[in-house]
Design a protein around this ligand. Structure first.
Ligand SMILES: [Zn+2]
Length: 55
């Protein structure tokens, strides 16, 4: 599966940022620090709302 860019929206503060669809490490919100994505062996868990997917 290809690693894509995702535009995600933080459920906590509504701030938007770009992350990978398969992050190598935990992704936290740049504004409030909430955990937005967590890498998992099987499937990464994206906890934020994905607003856009980019190739
Ligand atoms: Zn936030």
């Amino acid at each position: 599966m290809a690693n894509k860019f995702l535009k995600v929206k933080c459920p906590e503060c509504g701030g938007e940022q770009i992350t990978f669809s398969r992050p190598a490490m935990k992704v936290n919100c740049l504004i409030c620090g909430k955990e937005l994505a967590e890498p998992k062996a099987s499937k990464p868990e994206i906890k934020a709302k994905i607003t856009k997917s980019m190739h």
